[in-house]
Design a protein. Structure first.
Length: 140
């Protein structure tokens, strides 16, 4: 009889715990939905200090796009347009990525330069004055 009474008490406690947890999850779900609604309503609002107003000329300058083609000098254009492999002398500050982007169209094309120049080590910076072969076959 004592075991039955104890079992009844345990079942009652479990039921109470389940009811409490269920009501808590329902409440948090309602508040979560409300919080998301508040976010949606306020998403476009900005604090006045965060609003930046630029004159049109400055906005136009920020939207101006320049490509590597635009910054090639006459000699670089002539070398790029040749129909044969050519020797290129590395300038100060240039990387293999820069050279691949400028002459082969994309920095990922550096493998073509490495394949044509086995003396170059991957991951090691180029020294100014180093002469490398730019392969015609890899050019765009």
């Amino acid at each position: 009889m004592a075991k039955a009474g104890l079992g009844f008490i345990l079942v009652a406690i479990l039921i109470v715990i389940v009811v409490i947890l269920d009501s808590m999850s329902g409440r948090s779900a309602r508040h979560g939905v409300q919080f998301e609604r508040w976010q949606d309503e306020n998403i476009d609002r900005q604090i006045p200090e965060e609003v930046e107003v630029l004159p049109r000329e400055e906005r136009d300058l920020l939207n101006f796009h320049i490509s590597d083609e635009d910054i090639l000098n006459a000699e670089e254009r002539r070398l790029r347009d040749r129909r044969e492999d050519y020797i290129y002398e590395v300038k100060p500050g240039e990387s293999i990525d820069d050279i691949a982007r400028k002459y082969l169209g994309h920095h990922d094309r550096k493998d073509d330069i490495y394949n044509k120049n086995p003396e170059l080590f991957r991951g090691v910076g180029l020294r100014p004055g180093t002469r490398i072969v730019i392969p015609f076959s890899a050019r765009r």
